[in-house]
Design a protein around this ligand. Sequence first.
Ligand code: TXA
Ligand code: MG
Length: 316
Amino acid sequence: MARKNVTQQLAPTDEGFAHAVAILTEGGLVAVPTETVYGLAARADSAEAVAAIYAAKGRPSFNPLIVHVKDLEQAERFAHFDNRARDVARRFWPGPLTLVLPMREEAGLAKAVSAGLATIALRAPAHPVMQHLLERLPFPLAAPSANRSEEVSPTRPEHVIASLEGRCPAVIDGGPTHDGLESTIIALREGGRWNLLRPGPITTKALEEVLGPQTVQEKAKIEAPGQTARHYSPGKPLRRNAQEVAPDEFFIGFGAVRGDCNLSDKGDLARAAANLYECLHQAAASDKPRIAIAPIPDDGIGLAINDRLRRAATAS
Ligand code: TXA
Ligand code: MG
């Protein structure tokens, strides 16, 4: 019997890329490395391909996807950029920043990508494997994180396979991801206003240097619908700000507070971000029924780490 429900691991070689290009062109799914987390990619201009992403993840259809582009020039085909949007894209792309902008009417993207919103989320990723793939494709790639909905995001191909085995034909192996946390998302609004929708590797301080102060949050509607509390679930209760560990807890350490898995012995927040999901995957797989995690300082990328941990703690 053909091994149909197996996710094939592709090396980032000519042969691997050719295979990935063929699957994507036909409207199939390929999991791809980015500098943040692995994404579950499909062509963004095909309704069926995008529907397959939602089905494989078990993702609610009201939660829109990020469209990955080669560069600013390609991005401008899908959204209206004003000068400040161009400035911020030139400063942070390629990189872990997603811009939510008014969509062009003639964008030609599958409706489900934006879940019916008038805006579109765009990002030009910095990972060389993803860049190489986008260079070879005449269409952009819609890609959410390559995990079942609400689970911990993947930072290695093994995490993708553990979560999506059989639901995605292939994953390109790009090794462990560099940033380890999903991109920062901002909405650029009319009249120079802007808001942070999801904290991430690009800090608010760095953004304010280009965009000026963030507008007071317009929080009336849920604007990044994926940012609902139940998310990033390791499937077990998670206790934050723990100084010591109970016998039934898997302990995630930081700095001087040592654990079963350590985010960074030296207390380096960028290292901690890169290791966070790996430690949560290990905690989920361990035989301990609970998880405890040391305090993480709330500055720089620590804000994004604590954002994910709050959600992970609520989810379980
Ligand atoms: O780093 C990342 O951003 C990764 C990699 C694969 O690029 N992707 C990722 O995708 O985290 P996902 O689907 O897990 O998160 C996308 C977020 C969701 O919270 C979604 O609600 C928000 O982007 N989003 C997408 N389109 C939006 C829009 N038009 N307006 C507001 N939020 C939007
Ligand atoms: Mg996700």
